[in-house]
Every structure is written in structure tokens, then in C-alpha cells.
Design a protein around this ligand. Structure first.
Ligand code: GAL
Length: 743
């Protein structure tokens, strides 16, 4: 069987996580801090109700950082012990908490920060909190009301009990079983054949396991079972059970595989599900195609670098007709360099040839005050490497971008936090740490590939990762960046919170960004400026006027549906402010292998969620910054990042963001006007189940007859009168473009 993929998707349903008592609802909340909030006698009647599973920022506590408390009153019936085969421990699952927490039961401190040592202030925001107690622990009040109190610390950005799994359960033998779906990848062969190896593992020194493993593949749209198999299993800690199942999928779309294990002694069943990846983007053709935007902005006299993005069988030969004086094209690499002295729109024609033929494209070099006329396409180190970023990792990413993505328009290689040395030089100059031995040579390497290099800092004395920021060294840092050949600066508020007054005025929000923009303007380079202050003071209303090429509109993203959908679908408010050169930034992409530190995992988003992610970000005209390890780009992730018709929506020269035009029954329709007069339409299913939906064109204020094209499949769907009907899997999308052809 031919291996086409190197990817897999993790658990989407977590019945593994069987809970006896649900604690999803009924929580009370208060900002601030007091020891009495832990007590079971404390009267919390006047506390505000709060939802868990989402940040407090999304529930009316905008920008709140510091301590807060969650409380819940819950009866723990002793009957839950009867159902368990093992009667040893009880477990309280409290989800993920941003950033740190202490868990109190009936006034008693049970644990801190997910059981990790250290203070609540150094919390692991992404760790699932699970606290366990022996069943005979007297702090549990069986058959009576118990008070759960959770003290939370948030150091910045979003905060609270924001995601994860919640419940109280008696731990049972099945808690020692792991259905491992992630050590092995899906393998795909000819004729829709697939195979997948799964492992049953025991984490217990005490117990051996016997039981049945049931494998089912279902079509999430029709709910019909398309494959099933049951096998007897037998395994122990040193003896995992391995099984490779083989199936044939009926179609190239979403299917869900479920693995359930029924344990013989207890009769308990645990199950995990994973979605099977499916590639929609057609293979890149051998014939030449010129991709990327139709326009590129440059300032007068600033050094210009534009690598013509083109695909097709190599070698490619590049040329530009009407290239203005001052610019030259390298015909082998396709890189345009030089500088322009006079402002104006220079209309040129790009020409690329290979042995199969040639392609041409009209292109405008817009020399003026505005750069970044279409959103940045690139990579940033944060969502994969976190503070463990290094010169080697950055170079490896640049090489991969050059080989696999540059032909589709991807350009920026951005170093996030973690590059700075502990001290400045005696001259006050910022210095890179040991992981970055020579910034100038790194930037030469990146530029040599036709790519651009970005860097990260904070207006405060320290970055969010605790490294040196630019406070009181703004001009000096801007000059250093210029000397190194930096093309993009991400500027993260972080410790500037201690410099700015407690409730900053609009001017105070603007101040540090204006200061750095002015410093960057003094450098003779076109440096893109990315504001990272999480949307404070409605930054989208003033980001453009003080020279931001993009501004983050929210806190940090992570690879969960809660985070992705919470951020992505709340972007209608800033949407009207997107314009050429100035874009809303709902944070970086979480596809491929991510991890925020040295160890990485496959994005926990399902394939449908990842299609939603890219489609929505393109509709929003958002900067697209890949957040994964580029050296491990698998076929599915590549398919997400190399669909030129989808990327063209993001790169459209009109520079407008889609607006949410329609919303009903968890279906949302976002519509983006395009430069050619057509519209891009995203129909999203936010439901936990597949849905069939009919979209009436009149609800979208579109004409009653439309020719539609499916952008992911790059396929014309035909002409539709009045409406369009489609079944969309859970959290999936259909991305369409209307066509202006006469009907
Ligand atoms: C956060 C920021 C992240 C990343 C990180 C670095 O505040 O939102 O994108 O830059 O800091 O420490």
C-alpha cells in the first residue's frame, strides 16, 4: 500500500472520559481574591453566573487579568461507587485553566495548578486539570452538598476555566487503558483504500486486560456505518495490543473512525473517535501558473524584494514586461529587486515559462506610503516551537517554505519570542542569544531564498516570555532590525501593562505603537508592523491610522474547536476596518504539528475544523501565519496551504473582510466582496452534528441566479436559482465563489 499521508487526527469524542456527575453548569464567579472564597460556608448568592468552557473575556470581563474565583455547589451521591468495579479513588476533572489554579473542596486545598509544583502564577494554561482523592477521604461529603471552589490566576490575555473536560467520576480499571490512535498515521492507497494501526495500552502495573475492540467507520452526514469489525484483545503494561485495520472509503470526504474497548471484568466500555483526513485541493499542475496577489506595495527609495510566486515543472524562467527603471528581475529565481524613486502605480506583466508553455499575469507595483497591501502570508515560530525557537529551526522552516510553499505566495519567516539575550550590549544594543549566533547571516539566508524575515519584541521592558523588550530602546532596536535586514516586526504589549496606567486611555494604548512605528519609519526598509495587544481599546478602529499593518483582535489561539470558533466567528465586529495595508489579525494558524514548546503534536482540530480555519481566515483577509513545524508538513496540511483559489480569497486586492450575513440553527454564512465584482461565500456548520442546509440567495442579498464554484475542490457546481442546498459535516465548511458569467 502506497503511503500518501503522514498525518492523523486526534480524539474528537471522549467517551474515554466517562463521568458520573456532570459539572458543566451552575458555576458562580467573582473577580478579585480572598481566602474566604474557598470556604464552604461562604455565601456566594450574589455572585454572577458564568459559563465554563469559554474564557471570562468572552462573557463580559474584557481584558480582566489577575485573580478570580469560580464556585459550584454539587451533591456527590454515594451510589456512583456502586457502579465502579474498582473502588479506590474519585476524580475531579476541571478542564484547562488559563493560567494557574488552586482547587478547594469544602474549604480544603486539594491541589494546585494541575498537580504541578510551583506557584499558581506559573500555571500551565493548556493542561487538563484532574485532581483525585481516595474514596475514604473525609473531605468528600457523600450524599451531601459539596462546594468546589477554584482560585484562578490569569497573567495576561484570556483567562478562566476556558476549555476541556469537566466531571466527577470514580476511577475504574478502564482508566488504565489507553486507546492510542496517534502513534501511527493513516495510510492511503489506490481506489480509496486506507489502513490504520491502533494500539491498546495499559498504564497499570497491577492489572492485565481482556476484552473486545470494536472498530466502526461512520459517514457523519448520513450517520450510516460503512465499516465495522470486532476483535478479541489481551494486553498488559509491557504487552500492548496492536491492530491494523483496512477499509475502503466510499468517497473523498469526511468519515469518522471510532474505536471502543469493552473490558471483560467490569463490563465498562471506553471509546475514542478520530476523523479521517481527506485532501480536497487538486494536485499542482506541471504547466505554469502564476499565483499570489495582483498588487505589491513599496515605499519610495526603500529596497524592494518581490519573488514572483509560480508553480509548474521546474526549471521556470521568469521575466517582467514594463519593469520600471530602478528594478531588475533575476530570470532564474524570479526575484525582483531594486528601488523606485517616484510614487505611482507601475503596471507590469509577469511572465513565467517552462518546457510545457508559459503564463502571464498583470501586476501592479504600487509605490507609495502603504506596504502590505494584501495580508502577509508566512510562518511564525510561536505555535510550534514556543520559546525553544532557534536559528536551525528557523532555517529549516525557510528551506521548506522555499521548496513547498513559496510558489503559492508564502513569504514571511517570523521569529517570535525567545531569540533575545539576557542583557543588552554595553552600547544598549539588543543582542540575540546563543540560539541565534548570527542574525545578519540568517537574514541573508532567508532573503537569498526570496523570502523575508520577521522578528518579535515588546514595548515593555520584558516580552511575554520574560525576555528583553524594547522599552526605552525603541529607536536603537529599530535600527538594529534594519541592520539585520528585518522585514516584519510583531510588537507584543506584555509587560507594557506595568508601564501604562491601570485603565489606559485611547492615547495611552496608541502611545507605544506610535513610538515604534516612528522608529521603524526612520529605517530605510519596508518593515511590516504587527500590533499584538489582543484587541484592547478596539484597536481595529485606530490601528491603521497609527501605521499598523495588522493588529491582533483577540487573545491567543490554540488547537481546539472552542478556541478556533470562539475567535473566528467573533470577527464580524472588527471586519469593517480591514483595508489594503491594514488587516485584522485573529491570530496564527493551528494546523499541522503544533506544540508551543520543544515537543509537538498533531493539531487537535479535525480535518473539517481545519478546512473551516483556513476558509474563515481567508474570508476575513487575515494575515496567514503558519504555526506548525514546517519540516513535518504532511499531505493534508500541504493541501490546506497550497490551494491557490482559496489563497486568492485572502490575497484579494480589494482588501475587504467578509461579514457575517446570515445565522440560523448553527449555520453561519460569511460573504466577502472581491475586486472582480464577485463574492466569496463561506457556509459554516457550527453544530456538533452534520446538518443539511438551504441558503436562500435573497437572505444573502445576492442576485436570484448564481453560478457557483467550490473553491476547495476547484470545481464549478453550475447555476443555481434562488437557493443552494448542501449537507455539511460538524464544524465543516463549504467555500464558494460566485461567478459573473452571463447566464
Ligand atoms: C503572547 C502572544 C503570542 C506569543 C507570545 C510570546 O502574548 O500573543 O502570540 O507572541 O506572547 O511570548
Amino acid at each position: 500500500m502506497k503511503i500518501l499521508f503522514a498525518t492523523f487526527f486526534l480524539i474528537i469524542s471522549l467517551s474515554l472520559f466517562s463521568q458520573d456527575i456532570s459539572i458543566n453548569n451552575g458555576w458562580k464567579f467573582k473577580t478579585g481574591d480572598s481566602a474566604v472564597f474557598a470556604s464552604s460556608n461562604f455565601n456566594d448568592n450574589d455572585w454572577a453566573p458564568i459559563k465554563i468552557g469559554q474564557s471570562w473575556e468572552s462573557q463580559g470581563y474584557e481584558n480582566y487579568d489577575g485573580f478570580s474565583w469560580y464556585r459550584l455547589h454539587v451533591i456527590i451521591p454515594s451510589s456512583i461507587k456502586d457502579k465502579a468495579f474498582l473502588k479506590e479513588r474519585i476524580r475531579f476533572d476541571l478542564g484547562k485553566i488559563d493560567d494557574g489554579d488552586e482547587f478547594y473542596l469544602n474549604g480544603n486545598l486539594i491541589g494546585r495548578n494541575g498537580g504541578r509544583p510551583g506557584s499558581i502564577k506559573s500555571g500551565q494554561y493548556d493542561a487538563q486539570r484532574a485532581y483525585t482523592l481516595l474514596l475514604n477521604d473525609t473531605r468528600i461529603l457523600w450524599d451531601k452538598e459539596n462546594v468546589i471552589a477554584v482560585r484562578v490566576w490569569d497573567g495576561g490575555g484570556d483567562g478562566g476555566m476556558y476549555d476541556g473536560k469537566y466531571g466527577i467520576s470514580i476511577m475504574d480499571v478502564t482508566d488504565y487503558v489507553n486507546i492510542n490512535t496517534s502513534d501511527n498515521n493513516f495510510e492511503f492507497g489506490e481506489n480509496k483504500k486506507m489502513a490504520k494501526k491502533i494500539l491498546l495500552q495499559s498504564t497499570s502495573d497491577k492489572y492485565d486486560f481482556n476484552g473486545k475492540l470494536r472498530i466502526t467507520i461512520t459517514d457523519p452526514v448520513s450517520d450510516s456505518v460503512i465499516f465495522k469489525q470486532t476483535i478479541g484483545t489481551d494486553f498488559a503494561k509491557d504487552r500492548p495490543f496492536e491492530y491494523t485495520y483496512k477499509a475502503t472509503l466510499p468517497d473523498n470526504r469526511s468519515y469518522v473512525a471510532t474505536y471502543s474497548f469493552t473490558e471483560n471484568r467490569s463490563g465498562k466500555e471506553i471509546a475514542v473517535s478520530e476523523s479521517i483526513p481527506f485532501v480536497l485541493t487538486p494536485k499542482t499542475a506541471a504547466t505554469v501558473k502564476i499565483n499570489g496577489p495582483n498588487i505589491f506595495g513599496v515605499r519610495p527609495n526603500a529596497p524592494l524584494q518581490y519573488a514572483i510566486p509560480a508553480t509548474g515543472a521546474r526549471p521556470l524562467v521568469y521575466d517582467v514586461i514594463n519593469l520600471p527603471n530602478g528594478l531588475k528581475i533575476d530570470k532564474q529565481t524570479g526575484i525582483i529587486t531594486g528601488s523606485l524613486t517616484s510614487k505611482g502605480d507601475y503596471k507590469v506583466r509577469l511572465v513565467v515559462k517552462n518546457k510545457l508553455g508559459s503564463a502571464t499575469k498583470s501586476f501592479t507595483i504600487a509605490c507609495g506610503n502603504t506596504i502590505g497591501l494584501t495580508p502577509a502570508l508566512g510562518w511564525n515560530s510561536w505555535n510550534c516551537w514556543g520559546l525553544s525557537v532557534s536559528d536551525e529551526k528557523v532555517k529549516a522552516s525557510a528551506k521548506q517554505m522555499f521548496e513547498k510553499l513559496a510558489g503559492h505566495g508564502w513569504t514571511y519567516i517570523n521569529i517570535d519570542d525567545g531569540w533575545e539575550d539576557a542583557n543588552r550590549a554595553a552600547s544598549g544594543e539588543i543582542v540575540a542569544n546563543k540560539k541565534f549566533p548570527d542574525m545578519k547571516s540568517l537574514s541573508n539566508y532567508v532573503h537569498g531564498l526570496g523570502l523575508k524575515l520577521g522578528i518579535y519584541s515588546s514595548p515593555g521592558p520584558r516580552t511575554c516570555g520574560g525576555y528583553l523588550g524594547s522599552y526605552q530602546h525603541e529607536e536603537q532596536d529599530a535600527k538594529t532590525y534594519g541592520d539585520w535586514g528585518i522585514d516584519y516586526v510583531k510588537y507584543d504589549w506584555c509587560s507594557y501593562g506595568n508601564i501604562a496606567p491601570k485603565n489606559p486611555s485611547l492615547d495611552e494604548y496608541k502611545k507605544p505603537y506610535t513610538l515604534m512605528r516612528e522608529a521603524l519609519n526612520k529605517v530605510n526598509r519596508d518593515i511590516m508592523f504587527s500590533f499584538c495587544q489582543y484587541g484592547m481599546g478596539d484597536v481595529w478602529k485606530w490601528g491603521a491610522e497609527i501605521g499598523g499593518n495588522s493588529w491582533r483582535t483577540t487573545g491567543d489561539i490554540n488547537d481546539s474547536w472552542g478556541s478556533l470558533s470562539g475567535i473566528g466567528f467573533s470577527q464580524d465586529k472588527p471586519a469593517p476596518y480591514a483595508q489594503p495595508g491594514h488587516f485584522n489579525d485573529p491570530d496564527m494558524l493551528v494546523v499541522g504539528k503544533v506544540g508551543w514548546g520543544p515537543s509537538l503534536h498533531n493539531s487537535r482540530l479535525t480535518p473539517d475544523e481545519q478546512y473551516t480555519h483556513i476558509s474563515l481566515w481567508c474570508l476575513l483577509s487575515s494575515p496567514l501565519l503558519i504555526g506548525c513545524d514546517m519540516s513535518q508538513l504532511d499531505d493534508f496540511t500541504l493541501n490546506l496551504l497550497t490551494n491557490d483559489e482559496v489563497l486568492a480569497i485572502d490575497q484579494d486586492g480589494l482588501g475587504k473582510s467578509a461579514r457575517k450575513i446570515f445565522e440560523k440553527d448553527n449555520i453561519q454564512v460569511w460573504v466577502k466582496p472581491l475586486e472582480d465584482g464577485n463574492k466569496a461565500i463561506g457556509i459554516f456548520n457550527l453544530n456538533d452534528k452534520a446538518q443539511k442546509t438551504t441558503i436562500n440567495f435573497s437572505d444573502l442579498k445576492l442576485s436570484s441566479q448564481l453560478r457557483l464554484r467550490d473553491l476547495w475542490r476547484q470545481k464549478d457546481l453550475g447555476v443555481f436559482k434562488k437557493s443552494f442546498s448542501i449537507a455539511i459535516p460538524s464544524h465543516g465548511v463549504v467555500l464558494l465563489k460566485t461567478h459573473a458569467e452571463k447566464m
